[in-house]
Design a protein around this ligand. Structure first.
Ligand code: MLT
Length: 411
């Protein structure tokens, strides 16, 4: 008899964004003429930068001739892309990351999920609450948690984040083995200062823990004093892995390209306490289970780091930050408390009401989709998240509808 991985039975709900898209599809079916504006999942809505398109075309043409055709590439990614990423994202900011510490992949979501297979199933895992659900669900699947009860999984350490700490968790009093941090944060849009990250690096060193640092939204940081990578913090290269993505930076949500940084000095431990190189372990995993991102996609991603590409991605992020400002100001006019949206494409709004009820009300009365805060954890209840990824006219129309509906209802 083939038996299933029993831990899948613990998953208390479907993946958050699948549930939302199912509910929206049902609403659209029942209301075919409704012009729904989607501000739920953070999906890019602008064309790929022209520099990427040119590189794409050129590399596809290379595939058309035997002389320049490429078959299997290096599983870790082509040097041209790894070198460009190391130079632009890390060494330029004083972080000493080299090209061979970068592993190109097809997504930060996949990497944040896959990396946990390197760690023992009895590792104690900490996540912020509210949290990007992938960190939690993949650890449930792996058997690193207990059962679901009262809105949480047993065995996980939830670092409560709310207005009192500005949605930025401090290291806990107790030791944990693995901690997921995400800054600029998904879902709250908040950012961490160098001082906060220093305390986390110190904590990880002290407890021989590992930080999994998701920096998928680093391109939205507009204050140069804020750390853009955790490797700006001295010592982080021993205790932190960082995830980056081209999705929210250059519109690769459909094209797929990302990378994970694992410094050679980053370590984990065997049961007897002896040190192991995470770089070697991930390299072993990556070469066994992954065959690389396609050559044209890597050439297109490399073009992000050209002078023209950098200019284009800056203006794309500026555009979405402009949308974020409109959303922030709209909710502020309605008298609601708003977080994020300054160094992030996500705006976190306190509605004070049941977040799934608010989601349903907004969908049915304004035909606007948001993401209910409760989907990100117990501390997300009473909040909803808005994504700034949409056309300017759609954002303006959505905010006008929301203002109309909420003013009429006296919310
Ligand atoms: C989000 O909306 O939180 C993200 O787009 C989901 C993802 O990146 O997987």
């Amino acid at each position: 008899m083939i038996t299933i991985n029993r831990h899948y039975d613990k998953l208390h709900a479907n993946y958050l964004f699948s549930t939302i898209s199912r509910r929206v599809a049902e609403f659209q079916k029942a209301n075919p003429t409704a012009n729904i504006i989607k501000m739920g999942i953070g999906d890019f809505t602008k064309a790929l930068p022209a520099a990427c398109i040119t590189a794409f075309h050129r590399s596809v043409d290379e595939m058309a001739s035997d002389a320049t055709f490429r078959g299997y590439g290096p599983e870790q990614g082509y040097d041209f892309l790894r070198e460009a990423a190391a130079r632009v994202e890390f060494t330029s900011r004083g972080a000493s990351i080299s090209a061979d510490e970068i592993f190109i992949s097809d997504g930060a979501k996949c990497d944040t999920g896959n990396i946990q297979e390197l760690f023992s199933t009895d590792s104690v895992v900490a996540v912020q609450d509210p949290v990007y659900p992938v960190y939690v669900d993949t650890n449930v699947m792996a058997g690193r948690t207990g059962e679901w009860s009262e809105g949480r999984y047993g065995g996980l350490v939830y670092l409560e984040s709310g207005e009192e700490n500005g949605f930025v968790a401090e290291p806990p009093e107790i030791p944990v083995d693995l901690v997921y941090l995400c800054f600029p944060n998904n879902p709250t849009g908040t950012v961490a200062s160098s001082a906060t990250l220093e305390r986390w690096v110190e904590y990880a060193k002290h407890h021989r823990a590992l930080i999994l640092f998701d920096a998928a939204y680093a391109a939205y940081i507009r204050d140069d004093a804020l750390p853009h990578t955790i490797y700006e913090i001295p010592g982080a290269e021993e205790v932190a892995v960082e995830f980056r993505s081209f999705s929210k930076t250059a519109g690769f949500t459909g094209t797929r390209c990302a990378y994970t940084v694992i410094p050679k000095r980053c370590r984990a431990f065997a049961a007897d306490g002896s040190e192991r190189s995470l770089h070697e372990l991930w390299n072993r995993r990556h070469t066994t289970k992954f065959n690389g991102v396609s050559y044209p996609v890597q050439r297109a991603a490399e073009a992000v780091y050209s002078a023209e590409g950098l200019k284009e991605i800056r203006s794309l992020a500026d555009f979405f930050l402009g949308n974020a400002k409109i959303i922030r100001e709209g909710f502020e006019r309605l008298g609601l408390k708003v977080y994020g949206g300054v160094h992030s494409p996500y705006i976190w709004v306190r509605t004070g009401s049941d977040s799934w009820e608010f989601f349903d009300r907004l969908l049915s009365d304004a035909h606007v989709v948001c993401t209910p805060g409760a989907g990100f954890g117990r501390c997300g209840e009473g909040y909803v998240r808005f994504s700034a990824f949409n056309a300017r006219s759609a954002i303006e129309e959505a905010m006008a509808r929301i203002e109309r509906v909420m003013t009429a209802e006296g919310t």
